[in-house]
Design a protein around this ligand. Structure first.
Ligand SMILES: [Zn+2]
Ligand SMILES: [Zn+2]
Length: 143
């Protein structure tokens, strides 16, 4: 279902999807997502995430999208604030200053998920190795 909210990257209408009862806006082109909050997604299992309507955003497969410009909020169109999630995750996210939510470019949701969980990774695994856990599962499902 198309919404009135434009993608901050592509400027085409975002698609309204439902993820575990939460309404999420996703771009059908660049597969970025606008979440009102992160908690409910981070509380889902890897299987729930992979089987959800948000699965397309897990794997970063749109290398041609320019992620450098400041993203305008899809709801209020004001420039969002960019910061590194949880200070040391290495994932730069964009948040609406007036609380409409958080924009995650393609693949960033999986990176944050693995930053928070990462328990499937071997002990002593580097952050890079942890980040691949959700994506490996996603690949398996797709093969
Ligand atoms: Zn887009
Ligand atoms: Zn906003």
């Amino acid at each position: 279902m198309a919404s009135m909210n434009p993608c901050p990257r592509c400027n085409i209408p975002l698609t309204l999807i439902e993820v575990e009862g939460e309404r999420v806006l996703m771009c059908p082109n660049c597969e970025g997502v606008m979440l009102r909050k992160l908690d409910h997604v981070m509380g889902m299992s890897e299987e729930q995430l992979r089987d959800s309507a948000a699965c397309e955003t897990l794997f970063a497969d749109h290398p041609n999208i320019d992620l450098t410009p400041v993203a305008p909020c899809p709801v209020c169109r004001q420039p969002m604030r960019r910061y590194i999630y949880s200070t040391d995750s290495g994932v730069a996210v964009d948040a609406c200053a007036t609380g409409h939510g958080i924009w995650l470019d393609d693949g960033e949701l999986a990176q944050i998920y693995d930053y928070i969980h990462g328990e499937g990774a071997a002990p002593g695994a580097t952050r890079q190795e942890k980040v691949t856990e959700v994506l490996r599962g996603y690949g398996r499902k797709r093969d």
